[in-house]
Design a protein around this ligand. Structure first.
Ligand code: ZN
Length: 147
């Protein structure tokens, strides 16, 4: 299952906007960017946010250094940093707030429990039927146990 990040920003002269993404978000002056920067000094692709199981990362994909991290520290072109909820980036003067981060879950359970009461064996989750009694695993309980 994929995770989700919500970011919020207020374009100059506008009201607060928000958007959600599950993998990557591009920010810049280019028309294909989800967050458009109006400043002519912004790069077409100024920044990229990437969500993975490790967390959320921001990368400075611009050619310059108009990229300030959460503490107001500049991030060099090509560098990246880890982000937390509540962090604010300043990209060519536009503030972008990380409103929420939901990490992607790992792949599903490795085993399920056979639903037939006189069997109840652990079955690898990729099996369509219980190898012992033939019961479909469609109704099997998920079993996150280790052994
Ligand atoms: Zn069974």
């Amino acid at each position: 299952m994929s995770g989700e990040v919500e970011v919020r920003w207020t374009p100059p002269g506008g009201s607060e906007r928000r958007c959600r993404f599950s993998e990557t978000l591009t920010i810049g002056r280019g028309p294909d960017c989800r967050i458009l920067l109006s400043d002519p000094a912004a790069s077409r692709r100024h920044a990229r946010l990437t969500l993975s199981a490790r967390g959320l990362e921001a990368e400075n994909t611009s050619s310059g250094n108009r990229f300030l991290g959460p503490a107001g520290a500049p991030l060099k072109a090509g560098d990246s940093l880890a982000l937390q909820v509540g962090d604010v980036l300043t990209l060519a003067g536009q503030r972008v707030t990380i409103a929420s981060i939901e990490l992607p879950r790992r792949a599903g359970p490795s085993h399920v429990r056979c639903s037939r009461t006189d069997c109840r064996r652990r079955i690898p989750a990729d099996q369509a039927d219980c190898p012992w009694c033939g019961t479909s695993t469609a109704f099997a309980e998920t079993d996150l146990g280790g052994s």
